[in-house]
Ligand binder design. Structure first.
Ligand SMILES: [Zn+2]
Length: 282
């Protein structure tokens, strides 16, 4: 991995349980792990300390990946489901540090990492889903996250508009997220995805995801589709029927390659560093 372009930039990956602060130095990633405190003021002090320690002073730039919803233009997160912080203006960290700060949601930042440094590297248009409690979606074009007017929400594409379809957390019926997210699976089966081995069950979930990928293919036509998140650890029982179904469903356009993310839990901090170095696209 050539990380020369990113040296001197610090990435911060905000999670519900922990915060990772990382920087490349001589092609090695150095990470400081922090617990996520209940108060943002406490987190702010710890983050600033970790950034200064890694950078040896003022970094070249700071990138922050945070759970959303958040406004990537202003860098403000008003609230988020799993952390009790409110009205957090991450860009304010820049005035304390004396460097530019770029902020994006965690799915986009992880996607940026996979597109630039992970399994999507070398491809121009990289789309993907992060499969977790919800389903995040990202598209990276030429090494920059595509946002559109606000931000894209491919996990909430509707697969089934029937009022009988499962109700999604967003209020609509039949979203991809209402069928194939970890929380939807748990609500339906009473089990977490990692506790389910039945190949027939995974074939059904693969079918929903293949539907979502096929829709993305006709709308975005990416060079590669990347799947990230804990569910991909199921391996062949999920990925084999999924790739087969994507082949079957691709009528108008050839199917895109579907790959599993390779950066794992470090994708967030890698992506935040890339965001710091490259900035937002148009
Ligand atoms: Zn929805």
């Amino acid at each position: 991995m050539d990380t020369t372009d990113f040296e001197g930039c610090v990435g911060v990956d905000i999670g519900g349980q922990s915060i990772k602060v990382g920087m490349f130095r001589e092609e090695q990633l150095r990470i400081i792990d922090l617990d996520t405190p209940a108060e943002y003021a406490t987190a702010r002090g710890a983050i600033l300390g970790a950034v200064r320690e890694l950078a040896g002073g003022t970094p070249r730039g700071l990138g922050v990946g945070s759970p959303g919803p958040l406004n990537w233009r202003t860098g403000v997160m008003e609230w988020t489901p799993n952390i009790p912080w409110r009205d957090v203006a991450y860009t304010e960290l820049g005035s304390a540090l004396g460097c530019p700060v770029r902020v994006d949601n965690d799915a986009n930042v992880a996607g940026l990492a996979e597109a630039v440094l992970g399994v999507g590297r070398g491809h121009h248009v990289v789309s993907g889903f992060t499969l977790g409690t919800g389903i995040g979606f990202f598209t990276v074009i030429g090494g920059h996250v595509y946002h559109g007017r606000l931000d894209v929400e491919g996990g909430h594409q509707v697969l089934n508009p029937s009022p009988d379809a499962p109700l999604c957390g967003c209020g609509a019926h039949g979203c991809l997220e209402a069928y194939a997210s970890a929380s939807a699976i748990e609500a339906r089966t009473g089990k977490r995805p990692e506790e389910i081995d039945d190949p027939e069950f995974w074939k059904e979930i693969a079918g929903y995801l293949a539907w979502g990928i096929t829709n993305i293919n006709v709308l975005v036509c990416p060079d590669v589709v990347v799947l990230a998140g804990g569910m991909t650890k199921r391996g062949a029982v999920l990925m084999d029927p999924l790739r087969h179904r994507v082949q079957e469903m691709s009528c108008v356009l050839p199917p895109p390659p579907v790959e599993v993310a390779e950066l794992g839990a470090r994708a967030g901090v890698y992506g935040a560093i890339v965001l710091a170095a490259r900035g937002h696209g148009e």
